[in-house]
Every structure is written in C-alpha cells, then in structure tokens.
Design a protein around this ligand. Structure first.
Ligand code: GLN
Length: 295
C-alpha cells in the first residue's frame, strides 16, 4: 500500500513541489502537521488521498502552478488564498511592502507627523489581486496599534473575482474592518473626495509580445494581471493620467516594474510633475521599484 515514502520515491515532478503537494494532501485529508511527512513516512495512506495525489500530480505535470493546486501562497509575513483569478504573489513584491513599511515608520517616528486617528494617512494598493501588498502592510502595522489607528487602507482591482478573494483574505487575517475595496479600472470608479498619502501598485507590466508569457506559471495566471496587451507601460500611463487628482501634497507613489523599465517609469513620473524620483533594486540586483513624491 502507498506511503509517503513510496509516493515520493521515483516521483515524476520536482521533489520540493512533490513534498509541498503531499504535505497539503496529508494536512487536508488527515490533519497531519508537516513534520509527519518525516515521522510517519511509512504509514499507509487512504485511497481518497492517493486518488487526489495522482490528480494533482497530473496537473503539475501539465505545468499547473503549485500555489493554485494547494490554493495558497506565503507572502511577506502572511499566508494568502490564491486561485486562477489572481497573480501568484512574488517574493520581489515584498520589496514594495518593505519600502512602504519603512516609509510609514519614518513618518510616524518623526516628531511632526500630521496623521491622527481623526485625520489618518490613506494608503492605497492599485490592482490588488489576492490583496497581497495591502494585507501584508496592514498585518504588519496591526501589531503597532498606535500607528495602525492612524492608517486607513484601500485596495482596488478591475476583477470582481480578485476583489472577492482579497476580501476573503482580509477576513482570514481579521483585517476586513480595516480595508475598503473598490472594483475599479485603475482610478475610474474612485470616489472623487479621496486623497491618498501612499499609493502602491504592481500593475501588469509584461509586454504582450514577451516570450515569458508562454512559460512556467505565467501560462496559467490571468493575462490581465500580467500584461497590458501593449508595450508593458500602459498601466503606468493610465494610472498616472488621473492619479494626481487623488493625491495629497507630499504623497508617495511606489511602482513595481520589470527590470528594464526603470528609466521609462522615471520619465513618466517626471512628466507628471513628481519629484524625488528614485529606483531601488531587488535582492537579485535588478531594478524593481521606482518611487516618487507628489508636489
Ligand atoms: N513579476 C511578474 C513576473 O515577471 C509580473 C507581474 C506583473 O506583471 N505585475 O512574472
């Protein structure tokens, strides 16, 4: 009869992926913690689990992403549910969250911070997908109540399925009372009275003719979250066309982008009168985020 040991031996997929999938199945079918994969590796496994295993194995062999198969992905300090309606959160995007955390901390550490619970700092994630960026940020500051009470969080997406999932993730993290979600094509459906102090976005930035779109996980992710269907810069152009109407003076805008797009995005920000435009590199040394301040 099959056991963890026998299923993992001579398995046709990558051994790390196989362990993640089997650990997920043993957790959902048997309530096992991950360590049981080692300590109970010779236990007989039930037929329903084995059938489910072969089903997942088949899908993985076809290239289906592990995160979609197990329905979750770790990001920064949180775990998110994911499905084929949203991009799988990437480690590079944690840089955007780290930047936002440092920025907020430096504001609240300064003696002349203007934000209070009655007049909070408004933070927005444009194109939130699973909610990764805004939820990681809110989750971090929830542990610092004196700052958390002075922050308001907002997130938008064009996809209703993405908004539904981001809302579910906000509930799972007990942050649903702290985040306002908008279904919106960038800023088109935003209430006119809102003025943000921090805007974060990881928009679709892959050019429509980029070969990466037909490789790996990207084949299974929503096209609308990956490419603008054009040169990879259109989302930034569309956002910047109306963003200044929704910013307080001194607001910070932070964009994630492709490793070859930094100069183009710096120019776009300068063309829209932003100041202090700078780019930071990710952990592999590629230009990854560009930020600027509104006048
Ligand atoms: N970083 C993703 C990738 O290269 C793309 C995400 C995006 O377009 N926003 O796979």
């Amino acid at each position: 009869m099959p056991t963890v040991q026998s299923l993992l031996a001579n398995c046709a997929i990558d051994s790390v992926d196989a362990r993640i999938l089997l650990s997920h199945l043993c957790s959902t079918h048997l309530g096992w913690p991950r360590t049981y994969l080692i300590t109970h590796h010779t236990d007989e496994l039930p037929t329903a689990l084995i059938e489910h295993w072969y089903e997942l194995l088949q899908k993985r062999l076809l290239g289906y992403p592990v995160a979609y198969l197990i329905g979750k992905k770790s990001f920064h300090d949180i775990e998110l549910q994911v499905n084929a309606h949203v991009l799988i959160p990437r480690p590079e995007t944690e840089l955007l969250v780290e930047f936002a955390i440092s920025h907020i901390e430096s504001i609240f550490n300064s003696p002349n911070s203007i934000f209070t619970p009655a007049s909070p700092m408004l933070c927005l994630d444009l194109g939130t997908g699973s909610g990764a960026i805004i939820l990681a940020l809110a989750s971090y500051f929830k542990k610092i109540p004196e700052v958390f009470h002075c922050l308001n969080f907002f997130a938008s997406d064009i996809s209703l399925q993405a908004i539904d999932l981001a809302k579910l993730n906000s509930k799972n993290l007990d942050l649903h009372k702290n985040i306002t979600f908008f279904k919106s094509n960038w800023l088109t459906n935003f209430p006119k009275h809102l003025a943000f102090d921090l805007v974060l976005s990881n928009p679709p930035y892959i050019a429509s003719d980029d070969a990466h779109l037909s490789h790996g996980d990207l084949r299974f992710e929503p096209k609308v979250a990956l490419t603008d269907g054009f040169d990879g810069l259109n989302a930034y152009r569309l956002i910047l066309k109306s963003l200044s109407h929704y910013l307080n003076s001194g607001a910070i805008v932070v964009f994630e982008h492709g490793f070859e797009q930094a100069v183009a995005i710096q120019c776009l920000l300068q063309d829209h009168d932003f100041i202090g435009v700078l780019t930071n590199k990710d952990f592999s040394g590629s230009n990854r985020i560009t930020f600027a301040q509104s006048k």
